[in-house]
Design a protein around this ligand. Structure first.
Ligand code: MN
Length: 418
């Protein structure tokens, strides 16, 4: 598919994240005003609440954009999502008859503050990247036992915390927790020394469900995607994770990029899941190409210093798709709601510079990275800013996500000592 030209000229630049082919959904505010739903187009945001009030967008009897969240639209399902996309395309395409009515409803992106674009009803994180699982398993359990016996048969996940999901730009405080070193009998309560990131893609569930879905049916429930950083305290995790999985190691924060990229915008970039080593059970069987060709990169900037690119990889490296994760999540009858967030699992490629966490990049701290500034890193230091970016490359345009960024703040003093 070629670029669809817009009368918003900045949207037609080949390196613009938000061409008319994208139309990602966000929530913004200006100065002292209340947050409102908006759609990014070039270097502008279309005020959706205003467009609805003016009668330029009428999809249902009830208003969909009165509240500063996209959940009401997400619940409507694929037919309404498609109708909205068609209407936005008609309003913003070059030569649009409604240009005069729409133009006053655009605000400059550079002047806007961005908020979480949806109410995160629940958050589940998966472990569905084979290179990541193999790397981490090798470090924690040895190469012979790297992949757990269930791993090739289902996307393993754990229930995370929706309450600590934050939008890009929100600083993240180094956590305290129980740490247990091999040469001590007792654990100690200390600030994490192995604080890390995980490069992931978050799938956002739109249409609710109440009962088991198969992969083929689950696909239609997914509304869109965001970049996701699953901040992880590796030392807390190593002590707490057996037998029930990560808990406080992942509870501090999860950062999201501020725009939900519609699944429809990514359709031209579909990619196959990898060849299966063991056949999947019927409900998880692949139903066409379930992944997307999305280039991803991570930069790390020490405080006041320029950023170094530390990872380049691609979402195609996953073993299980978001539809397979959603299907697996529903098998025991768990209802899924609009705003359910599914983390893909860390996206690592096969090569060393393609690893999606510092745990892997520094091989558990044994091989520290050297940054462009000359400093080295095994794990994140206070003041470091970690930024995820990603885009699908089209012919003369790209579908970008906007940055998912966060700075690490120093741990507070011991919360249990006066
Ligand atoms: Mn994760």
């Amino acid at each position: 598919m070629p670029l669809i030209p817009s009368w918003v000229d900045s949207a037609n630049a080949p390196d613009c994240d938000f061409p008319l082919n994208n139309l990602p959904y966000g929530v913004f505010s200006l100065a002292e005003e209340e947050p409102r739903c908006g759609v990014a187009i070039g270097d502008m945001i279309l005020d959706m609440a205003a467009a609805e009030e003016d009668g330029l967008i009428v999809l249902t009897d009830e208003p969909l954009f009165a509240l500063p969240f996209w959940n009401d639209l997400m619940e409507q399902g694929p037919a309404v999502w498609a109708a909205l996309r068609a209407r936005l395309t008609a309003l913003l395409a070059r030569g649009a008859p409604d240009r005069e009515a729409v133009e006053p409803l655009l605000v400059p992106l550079a002047e806007a503050r961005l908020h979480l674009p949806f109410v995160v009803s629940e958050y589940t994180d998966f472990y569905a990247g084979r290179h990541h699982a193999t790397n981490v398993g090798t470090m924690f359990r040895g190469a012979e036992n790297a992949l757990p016996p269930n791993w090739l048969h289902m996307p393993i996940g754990y229930n995370g915390r929706a309450s600590s999901v934050v939008v890009s730009g929100t600083p993240v405080r180094r956590p305290w927790g129980q740490l247990k070193s091999a040469d001590h009998d007792m654990p100690a309560f200390l600030p994490s020394r192995r604080f890390d990131f995980e490069l992931e893609l978050g799938a956002v569930v739109g249409t609710p469900s109440d009962g088991p879905l198969a992969t083929a049916g689950a696909e239609a429930h997914i509304f869109g995607f965001v970049l996701l950083n699953d901040w992880s305290a590796r030392d807390i995790q190593a002590w707490e994770y057996q037998p029930l999985g990560p808990f406080q190691a992942k509870a501090t924060a999860t950062s999201l990029s501020p725009w939900i990229v519609p699944k429809a915008a990514l359709e031209p970039f579909r990619a196959d899941t990898p060849a299966r080593e063991v056949p999947l059970l019927d409900h998880l069987r692949d139903d066409g190409p379930g992944l997307f060709d999305i280039d991803l990169q991570v930069t790390l900037a020490p405080e006041g210093q320029p950023a170094t690119t530390i990872t380049r990889t691609n979402y195609r490296e996953m073993y299980f798709s978001a539809a397979q994760q959603l299907a697996h999540h529903s098998t025991a009858g768990c209802p899924m709601n609009a705003g359910d967030l599914l983390g893909s699992g860390t996206i690592s490629g096969p090569g060393k510079p393609e690893r999606g966490s510092l745990l892997e990049l520094s091989w558990g701290g044994e091989e520290p990275l050297t940054l462009d500034t000359g400093e080295t890193r095994s794990f994140l230091q206070d003041g470091d800013t970690l930024t995820l970016t990603g885009h699908a490359q089209g012919d003369g345009y790209r579908i970008g996500f906007g940055a998912c960024s966060g700075q690490v703040l120093p741990a507070l003093k011991d919360p249990y000592r006066p």
